[in-house]
Design a protein around this ligand. Structure first.
Ligand SMILES: Cc1ncc(C[n+]2csc(CCOP(=O)(O)OP(=O)(O)O)c2C)c(N)n1
Ligand SMILES: [Mg+2]
Length: 773
């Protein structure tokens, strides 16, 4: 941590004003000055920005150092851009194009914004929680000697108060406590307003306790220096103000001095007279708005006082829309100043018309020198960090041997072999799982590489010589981060691990496991991880009704459809162990490739006969989304198209049917996601003059133009039924559309129409003279 330097309070206050003006003007420009071509409201959140400008001035121009990383609450994005504009690291063009195509984004975006954005935000709550996981990654890297202790930073989340209603914050808080995280500051912009209205009073009394019980220091910055001094002098006002409900407080802040006077007089009467006499209306309004979050001395003092590594929650009282005409109004969330109001603000800042974008317009004399010096002194990182790819040597991943294997068991074997191999890749792997480490077959890897904890944890069972297949001891050299059962945390952990190259310059290879149906539990966090291009391997197992006796609560149906619609995540669903090994190798490569992405492997516990391969020709196709497991004959009229764990049914049906239907093909689909992307991508390219058919077009063009496809997957049938649209072939889609239930495989496959009989019926449906409807 850097040594603190004395603060130039006057210059910080001027920067606070400047940030309030620039963020407001950026939004104003986009809504009222830039030409609209479609009549849509552009939007923006002037009030949410104004709430935080002092807090952000104090942080970025005083408290933060170059190694600190910040998640900025989504609606204060324009303040972050204004900061970089003052620092010279954001262009006018970008500000003028706020919310325009290619311009600065509505909410801070790591990937699209031109300024350094440490964490994307937008879906409230997630940007907060990822900071805790990032601090854990920092501890991991320093413990493993991949990062210098001296380069440590602090992880700061700037939070809206209503954001604290998101459950993911508390899930994360519990996990963070277990892992003893540190170097985190969460700064709550406590403006007591959400989107719809003012926030509930009751809960805020409890936040202290919740955070404190999870090991956090809590600091409340309620009143600024002037108001605090007045309240000491007039305790009767202090008592009254402390008890004022949120809604009343906001309304009075909006109404101003005269309303404060009337209300105080009505509520307190004669005892308030000396206080009321001491201020005229304007001074009273200003005094009552002097909350901690707008008092630079208070902010600087608080940040300076928290220089150790104890995680700290600052609850900073603010006025939503501070200094703007709709300050405190409950409807101000998306409120925009009209041009007259924006001009009044501009004039009040001493900025001349036409000079609105001059960074230091309106700041004259000595003040200017102070501000310039402060801008020069700001220690935050001004430019985007490099993304560090291409660091990891990826060895060939051999397929585990065995005539009968499940893809889940093969996954465990591959990792075990890697762990034992001593390959550099193995040292970069970090595994993590929400309490399903053993049941997803990570156990063997963990036995080899151990759990990670900053402080050693002994395996009590092993010490007592109680037999167990699983070693469960932790050191700071371990490579498995065990999480409690909270899938959202898994994805946030993967997001933080998957950004290690971007945040810390050292790429890790994160592998997270969970049961396939519970992807849905953390879906927004998964999307969040992908949105900011974190790189990881997600292994979801078991999956589908193939889970048999475990029953419907654990049998997944729609994840392949989720994956089909999820950018930044490649779905592979192998049938055989050699496919799985190839996919893992590809997934590792994609993690370390600038043009790569994350991978989702959907695996199964069903042990199936492996196929004999005569060559490696299948491999390329498998990595592109599919290959002919049984080549079709020339102009074949039909094919079975199957995915994953149902391949034995497809193969058996193929054997049976091909006697009558010579030339029947069997297409093994390994990734509907990739096939679909290839299809649409090739179409788009044709319009740019490139005429290469996509992989799926090539595969399906081996069949007759009007051929029929029976598609089969242990998932929603729509995962594959779209294949008929590629070349206009007819489809009989088989898959799961009702909740599963317990049973053996034969019973379940019959009940859900996933067996040989269903495939035969499907073929008949397609080949018999067309049914008329
Ligand atoms: C997960 C999610 N749900 C809903 C929204 C829509 N939304 C954006 S801001 C907001 C209220 C934010 O209030 P607060 O956190 O107090 O921020 P501030 O008052 O500082 O604007 C809501 C509901 C969102 N961005 N993310
Ligand atoms: Mg709020």
């Amino acid at each position: 941590m850097l040594k603190k330097v004395p603060a130039d309070i006057a210059a910080l206050k001027t920067i606070d004003d400047k940030l309030r003006f620039l963020s407001s003007w950026t939004i104003h420009h986009a809504n009222h000055i830039r030409k609209s071509t479609d009549g849509l409201k552009v939007g923006g959140h002037q009030a949410s920005c104004a709430s935080m400008t002092a807090i952000m001035a104090a942080l970025y121009f005083h408290a933060l150092g170059p190694n600190d990383r910040v998640a900025v609450k989504p609606h204060a994005g324009p303040v972050l851009h204004a900061i970089h504009y003052l620092l010279g690291s954001q262009s006018l063009e970008q500000l003028e194009n706020f919310r325009g195509f290619g311009g600065m984004q509505s909410y801070p975006s790591r990937t699209k914004d031109k300024i350094p954005v440490d964490f994307s935000t937008g879906s409230v709550g997630l940007g907060v929680a990822i900071t805790a996981f990032a601090s854990l990654v920092q501890d991991y890297l320093t413990a493993h000697g991949m990062m210098d202790e001296a380069d440590r930073g602090r992880f700061v989340a700037l939070i809206g108060d209503a954001e604290l209603d998101e459950g993911n914050i508390y899930e994360c808080l519990i996990e963070a406590y277990k892992h003893d995280i540190r170097n985190c500051w969460w700064v709550v912009d406590y403006n007591r307003q959400s989107l719809d209205a003012t926030s509930a009073d009751r809960m805020f009394e409890r936040f202290d306790e919740i955070f404190a019980s999870c090991g956090w220091r809590t600091v409340e910055l309620r009143y600024g220096k002037n108001l605090s001094a007045a309240l000491v002098k007039y305790p009767v006002i202090a008592e009254w103000l402390d008890a004022l409900p949120n809604a009343d407080h906001s309304a009075l802040l909006y109404q101003g001095g005269a309303a404060w006077r009337t209300r105080i007089d009505a509520d307190i009467g004669g005892a308030a007279a000396p206080f009321l006499k001491a201020y005229d209306d304007e001074a009273l309004g200003t005094l009552m708005s002097d909350l901690g979050g707008h008092c630079m001395d208070t902010l600087v003092e608080a940040f300076d006082a928290a220089q150790d590594d104890v995680p700290t929650l600052f609850v900073v009282w603010t006025v939503k829309g501070f200094g703007l005409p709709f300050a405190g109004h409950k409807d101000n969330h998306a409120g925009l100043m009209n041009p007259t109001q924006a001009h009044t603000l501009r004039d009040s800042m001493g900025v001349k018309e036409g000079e609105e974008w001059e960074p230091l317009a309106g700041i004259g004399g000595n003040a200017r020198a102070g501000v310039e010096a402060l801008i020069e002194r700001s220690r935050i990182a001004r430019e985007k960090r490099d993304r560090s790819f291409g660091q990891i040597e990826i060895p060939p991943i051999p397929a585990p041997s065995g005539e009968e294997q499940s893809t889940q068991a093969a996954f465990g074997r591959v990792l075990l072999d890697l762990a034992k191999s001593g390959a550099p890749l193995a040292d970069r792997i970090v595994t993590t799982s929400p309490d399903v480490t053993v049941s997803t077959n990570l156990g063997a890897f963990v036995n080899q590489r151990g759990l990670f904890k900053r402080c050693e944890m002994k395996d009590v069972f092993a010490a007592a010589k109680i037999p167990s297949a699983q070693k469960w001891s932790a050191t700071n050299q371990g490579q498995h981060i065990e999480l409690g059962i909270a899938e959202s945390n898994l994805f946030l952990m993967l997001a933080a691990l998957g950004l290690s190259g971007d945040l810390f310059g050292e790429r890790l290879v994160p592998i997270g496991t969970l049961y396939d149906p519970f992807i849905a539990r953390g879906l927004d966090s998964l999307n969040y991880a992908c949105y900011q291009d974190a790189r990881f391997l997600l292994v979801a197992t078991p999956s589908g009704v193939t889970l048999g006796p475990e029953g419907g609560a654990h049998q997944s149906i729609n994840p392949p459809l989720i994956a089909l619609g999820q950018p930044g995540l490649r779905h592979y669903e192998p049938a055989f162990a050699d496919e799985l090994a190839a996919m893992m190798e590809e997934a590792f490569r994609l993690i370390d490739d600038p043009h790569g992405e994350s991978t989702y492997l959907r695996l199964s516990t069903r042990s199936i006969d492996q196929v004999e391969r005569t060559d490696d020709a299948w491999r390329d196709g498998a990595l592109q989304g599919g290959y002919w497991l049984k080549e079709p004959g020339t102009n074949s009229e039909a094919a079975i198209v199957a995915m994953g764990a149902l391949m034995p049914e497809a193969l058996a049906a193929w054997e049976e049917l091909s006697a009558d239907l010579p030339g029947l093909g069997l297409l093994a689909v390994t990734s509907p996601d990739l096939l679909h992307r290839g299809w649409t991508g090739a179409q788009a390219k044709r319009w740019q003059g490139e005429r290469n058919p996509s992989h799926v077009e090539q595969l399906l063009s081996r069949l007759a133009p009007g051929a029929g496809l029976v598609t089969l997957c242990d998932a929603a049938p729509a995962s594959l039924s779209w294949l008929g649209g590629v070349l206009g072939q007819r489809v009989a889609p088989l898959g799961v559309e009702r909740f599963g239930q317990t049973g053996n495989l034969a019973d379940l496959y019959a009940a859900y129409r996933l067996d040989g009989a269903a495939i035969t019926e499907g073929i008949a449906e397609l080949l018999l003279p067309q049914t008329t409807f």
